[in-house]
Design a protein around this ligand. Structure first.
Ligand SMILES: Cc1ncc(C[n+]2csc(CCOP(=O)(O)OP(=O)(O)O)c2C)c(N)n1
Length: 619
């Protein structure tokens, strides 16, 4: 649709429909929608290539509303495109409607959930990376940003990364309406403050009047024609444009218009322009990476000393040999996480994300939009930098795999800044997540294999130091299971650990055996979902005496996962919970494990006392 008159009319329609949608529950963000309406009208009518009947078409463009609160504008676009009816528009923000307050992939044309500001552009970088380096198809990614959200650091991680990767298939559109939620932004209408920064980051930047439809059209064409660098369109707009009562005024952010009927009249009334959105014009199929065929996981000799982080790298490489859809990303620590083993074997499917953890997780989310299987790794501690992205990834229904190395005090001399001590709690709290924590190399390989096709946010925690291989290669470790490593009919107590503490528990069981105390040892490699059945059977067999030891703060880790298994149980259990309770410093791993009270000696002591007190009491 190439008529400026029509674009203007469509812009007014998008405004009117935004006002109408927000009036339904008297909530939403119509003024934020009205500033971007002309930008989106021209995009929809003349630049977006998208088959609404086939959202899975790999050739489709991608449109990300980073300012997700402008959902009325997005849904008004869907109506104009014929994807939803006027009737459905009127379900906006109602219970049960897929037109939620902020867009989520419950709607088939939404790739990623937004609404936490500063995230859309980093996701756009991920999608554009998939287009350029994985799918190798020239679809475009368009991201609509608010001006206030540009203050987020994650936006600048994205700016830097997009330029570094020469993402000329990515266009950012900044809707500079001067206002944020509570007043003026840092830069107001100083468009140059955005263009100069973007140019300094290596972008092509275009300043326009965001209500001049012909200028908008020219800018989109220029963006699509620009090669070698991404483009940002910095558009001067007016918040609440078209309705005098709210135009460019403070105090109307996130509010339905006071007089909706009057506003609609002022905007020229209800229209029903139907836009024939262009279908993708590009041809070709997504690239397929060649592989060597069948999967041969690495295998390790019983008794060998191997770090689980090393097994992660070796297993991921082997899986990558067999599967072309497996991708790896790392945050500048690939020689610590051992993602470098994958990188060296599959450089085309490896993304160096440097020290930008938010962008790393966002890129993984963007890459999985196109059905690739991303594994992102860094120190377990540093995923906290990207926690909001992980939280939002769950709302995106994203399938991403995260590997956090350097778990706990057992890393040793580097000290607490490098120790993952809250990662289990953080990742367990994510909706629908899976949390795995292997203790030996063969188990790690099997769990990494299982991760590939698991849905949702899957987290694997690995250990820095070498630990003995205790399982035969090829043994099975179902997700949601636990392994009874040692047991007898005479067990009086159970020692429960995972990762490094499983090995401490085994040593403790040895010393207890020497004193005539028989201890059952449980490997809780699946922290979430936790194996309720095995835990309850263990409690039954050991008189309910459980010692749990974990290299993690006491809150939200292994201990609380174990306790959750007994929340609705009839039997009562006596749980001694050994965890890191004091701020650790530097030292040798063994010294730090002892200082935290989670080494073999402390486990044995706790077990001895538990048995002495409770057996005595029972007698
Ligand atoms: C990370 C984050 N912080 C705060 C908010 C609350 N919030 C929602 S919209 C908004 C203002 C956004 O202003 P801008 O990006 O300029 O968009 P506009 O609505 O003005 O177009 C704020 C602070 C949020 N959604 N996300």
């Amino acid at each position: 649709m190439e008529s400026p008159e029509l674009w203007r009319e469509l812009g007014q329609q998008l405004r009117v429909d935004s006002v109408r949608a927000a009036a339904v529950t008297s909530s939403g963000h119509p003024t934020s929608s009205m500033s971007g309406a002309d930008l989106m009208a021209v995009l929809l009518a003349n630049h977006l290539h998208y088959d609404f009947a086939n959202p899975e078409d790999p050739r489709n463009d991608h449109l990300v509303f980073s300012k997700g609160h402008a959902s009325p504008l997005l849904y008004a676009m869907y109506k104009a495109a014929g994807a939803i009816t006027d009737e459905e528009l009127f379900t906006f923000r109602k219970f049960g409607s897929r037109l939620e307050g902020h867009p989520t992939p419950v709607i088939p044309w939404v790739d990623v959930a937004t609404g936490s500001l500063g995230q859309g552009l980093p996701y756009g970088v991920g999608i554009a990376l998939a287009g350029k380096r994985l799918d190798r198809l020239p679809y475009r990614t368009w991201v609509l940003c608010g001006d206030s959200e540009i203050a987020e650091g994650s936006v600048w991680e994205a700016f830097e990364h997009a330029a570094y990767e020469k993402l000329d298939n990515l266009t950012a559109i900044i809707d500079v309406n001067r206002l944020g939620q509570r007043g003026e932004t840092m830069h107001g209408w100083d468009l140059g403050s955005y263009t100069k920064r973007a140019e300094a980051f290596g972008w092509h930047a275009i300043e326009i009047d965001g209500h001049d439809v012909e200028a908008i059209d020219r800018a989109f064409t220029e963006a699509a024609d620009t090669t070698g660098v991404p483009t940002v369109i910095v558009a001067k707009t007016i918040k609440g444009k078209g309705v005098q009562a709210v135009e460019n005024k403070d105090g109307f952010h996130g509010k339905a218009l006071p007089e909706a009927e009057q506003a609609i009249e002022e905007l020229g009334g209800i229209r029903n322009i139907a836009v024939e959105v262009a279908k993708p014009e590009i041809s070709g199929e997504p690239h397929v990476f060649e592989t060597s065929g069948s999967l041969e996981l690495p295998s390790y000799e019983l008794g060998a000393e191997v770090a689980t982080r090393k097994a992660y790298g070796e297993a991921l490489k082997a899986i990558g040999d067999a599967r072309g859809d497996v991708i790896a990303l790392d945050g500048e620590v690939s020689n610590s996480t051992y993602a470098e083993i994958f990188r060296d074997a599959h450089p085309d499917r490896y993304f160096e994300m440097f020290i930008a953890e938010q962008q790393m997780v966002a890129a993984a989310v963007g890459i999985q939009v196109r059905k690739w299987k991303p594994f992102a790794s860094t120190f377990a501690a540093f995923f906290t930098r990207a926690y909001d992205f992980i939280r939002m990834a769950a709302i995106s229904r994203a399938n991403i795999k995260l590997c956090g190395s350097h778990a706990g005090v057992s890393i040793g001399e580097d000290g607490p800044s490098q120790m993952g001590l809250e990662d289990l709690a953080a990742l367990r709290a994510v909706h629908g997540s899976t949390v795995l924590y292997p203790s030996d190399a063969n188990q790690t390989a099997k769990l990494v294999e299982a991760m590939v096709d698991l849905d949702g946010i899957v987290f694997l925690r690995t250990t820095r130091g070498e630990t003995p291989v205790i399982y035969e290669a090829g043994e099975s470790f179902p997700v949601g299971g636990a392994r009874v490593v040692r047991s007898s009919d005479e067990d009086e107590v159970a020692l429960i650990g995972a990762g490094i503490t499983l090995h401490e528990a085994l040593k403790a069981a040895d010393s207890l055996a020497g004193e005539g105390v028989s201890a059952r040892v449980i490997d809780l490699y699946s922290v979430k979902p936790v194996d309720v059945k095995t835990l309850r059977a263990t409690a039954e067999a050991t008189g309910g005496r459980l010692v749990v030891a974990e290299d993690h703060w006491p809150e939200g880790g292994l201990g609380e996962a174990v306790l959750s298994a007994f929340a609705a149980a009839d039997e009562s259990v006596k749980v001694v919970h050994l965890a890191v309770r004091e701020m650790p410093g530097s030292g040798k791993p063994a010294e730090l494990l002892a200082a935290a009270g989670i080494d073999a000696e402390h486990i044995a002591t706790a077990a001895r006392q538990l048995v002495a007190s409770t057996v005595g009491a029972a007698n």
